[in-house]
Ligand binder design. Sequence first.
Ligand code: PGA
Length: 263
Amino acid sequence: MRKKMVAGNWKMNLSLEEAMTLSGELIEKLDHHRRDGSPGKENKLPDVVLFPPFIYLTRIREFFPDTKGVAVGAQNCHHEESGAYTGEVSAPMLSSAGATHVLIGHSERRAQFGEDDQLLARKASRALKNGLTTLFCCGEKLPERESEQHFDVVEKQLQSGVFWMKEEQLSHAVIAYKPVWAIGTGKTASPAQAQEMHLFIRRLVEKTYGKAAAGNIRILYGGSCNANNAGELFAQADVDGGLIGGASLKPRDFFQIILAAAS
Ligand code: PGA
């Protein structure tokens, strides 16, 4: 049985003070839930991962000691181990700062920073070598969906970004399906559209790695997922949680989404 995951991608938002306040409110809600929940209920909460801007990583990590059940990750990393790359952040730096996860291939990185499939594969490889769980993002743009190329686009992104991994590496990867037309637009994929694509992705994993790996890999949905639609999306057989942007900045909404993934 796959454990669900809810991840919050803060993108380039929040001052440090706002980030600390948000984290404090989230801890309070989680603690309250655990205190008032029936015994064993804590185990049923999904894995929760926060992706703050690099500069807040250590502070936010300190806020969530291991017992709080919230991991911290970075929104990006460089593809080299170290060196003369002014302004960049490497995977070993992230690990040493307490990050356990990293996002690779977000559509905003692809579109605004020209990150292509080849570079993303190198980033994913570097992240995995440094022990970071890698959330690899894929998803089609609106014209690609309208011209019914969405399956081909996602397959190509995964072929180059993920399917080079050895099975052991794949066990430290999570796939996030994030249709670009749904990101920050308020336009969510319908539960049926999400399920259709997630099942397609799981079958691709099965073709490459076999049934067990396909059964184990988590596939998250992202794109205007919010407190109102999360329940229905997460109820789909192949949707293992969500990668949340805008709604992760509102503690009440984000907590509702976490609860929607609790079993
Ligand atoms: P959104 O963003 O939830 O605001 O649509 C999702 C993401 O880009 O991670």
